[in-house]
Design a protein around this ligand. Structure first.
Ligand code: F6R
Length: 365
């Protein structure tokens, strides 16, 4: 039932504050990630020395964000790979490596094949972050963390993605804590931030009407470029995937620092550039990337908090994103990009919930 919404996708976008709260429920105390959140005592995480993340599509993008968190918080090497590549190559598995899969459906053929292969490769253990408790992936993995997003009907994943990120943040903190890489104070700080996530998502959703207005400008565009740096780069990838999936506009994403190594050649007045601006020490670098684009007549769409000093001006269309702790930025910045792709698709009149050629669950390779 779509209720008051015209499409499932919009209903699911608006469910995010609630389902992220459901994902956090029972996993964190006031100050800590609970040691019971993987169904067994989390002390097994002490032995982990490496993490291999394997997934497809949107779930792969969630995994890419987690690499930044795991390496930053726990100091452990982490690699991320799409399952369709992983399953067909010879993988070198270092000692004490955790095999972590992400899947909304738990039925993706390539991800299941990767898990089955991994079982022969001597991993420490396997953990699945999944939205469907009765799925094959959950059944076949040693450990599970459910995302609790509820059924997702729209083919373009929205709430399943942000709850995957939430579950990955829980996992990253749990690993860092068990490895002794996180002080009690820092863990309490992170957990307190996480608790405020549903409220921040609510606030981000308030830009809906403003983003709807901006989306009109995309109706006759054929290409778009998404830029981000650090953990915002995978969010740029996810934003570009969403736009191409449901509006059929060709979109690409680059780490902003790569611009002058090629994609800058594409930039002209017909090319919208969507930039995710984090509020960290990369802010100034990113601003200089934006100047490179502006100098070539590109139309800039910046998503940033208001303390970044960015604002509407000639050639710059500014959309405000709530100011949050750095660790939460990738999750909060996802929301405006979901809304943008949704409204662009509505303007273009495509089938938002059921894009051409795509299936919700990819059970064949
Ligand atoms: C895109 C999307 C897909 C899936 C991919 C993997 O919006 O949803 O890219 O993420 O097909 O599916 P799951 O997550 O079920 O393994």
């Amino acid at each position: 039932d779509k209720g008051e919404y015209r499409h499932y996708m919009m209903k699911e976008i608006y469910e995010q504050p609630k389902v992220i709260a459901a994902c956090l429920e029972g996993r964190i105390s006031e100050t800590k990630v609970l040691t019971s959140c993987f169904g067994v005592d989390s002390s097994f995480l002490k032995d982990i020395e490496n993490v291999h993340i394997v997934a497809c599509g949107t779930s792969y993008h969630a995994g890419m964000v987690a690499k930044y968190w795991i390496e930053d918080l726990a100091g452990l090497p982490c690699s991320v790979e799409v399952a369709s590549e992983y399953r067909y190559r010879k993988v070198a598995v270092p000692k004490n490596t955790l095999f972590l899969t992400l899947s909304q459906s738990g039925e993706t053929a390539d991800t299941l094949a990767a898990l089955r292969m991994a079982k022969e490769l001597g991993y420490l253990t396997s953990l699945a972050i999944c939205n469907v408790p009765s799925s094959t992936l959950v059944r076949e993995s040693a450990l599970t963390l459910l995302t609790n997003a509820g059924a997702e009907i729209g083919v373009a994943s929205t709430k399943a993605f942000t709850t995957q990120l939430t579950a990955l943040l829980i996992t990253s903190i749990a690993i860092a804590s068990e490895k002794g890489a996180l002080s009690a104070e820092k863990e309490a700080e992170l957990v307190t931030s996480m608790r405020s996530l549903p409220a921040h998502i609510d606030e981000a959703l308030k830009q809906d009407a403003a983003i709807k207005k901006v989306s009109d400008r995309f109706a006759n565009k054929h290409n778009a470029l998404f830029l981000g740096r650090g953990p915002m780069f995978p969010i740029a990838l996810e934003g570009s995937l969403k736009l191409k999936e449901i509006s059929y506009i060709h979109a690409e994403a680059y780490p902003a620092g790569e611009l002058k190594h090629g994609p800058l050649a594409l930039v002209d007045e017909d090319m919208p550039i969507i930039t995710l601006v984090p509020h960290n020490n990369m802010l100034d670098k990113l601003k200089s990337n934006l100047q490179e684009v502006a100098a070539r007549g590109g139309e800039l769409y910046v998503f940033a908090d208001k303390d970044t000093d960015l604002h509407n001006e000639d050639g710059v269309i500014f959309t405000e994103v709530p100011k949050v702790d750095e660790i939460l930025e990738p999750i909060v910045h996802t929301i405006p990009l979901q809304l943008l792709s949704y409204h662009v698709a509505v303007v273009k009149g495509t089938d938002v919930d059921q894009p051409r050629n795509l299936a919700k669950s990819v059970t064949v390779e």
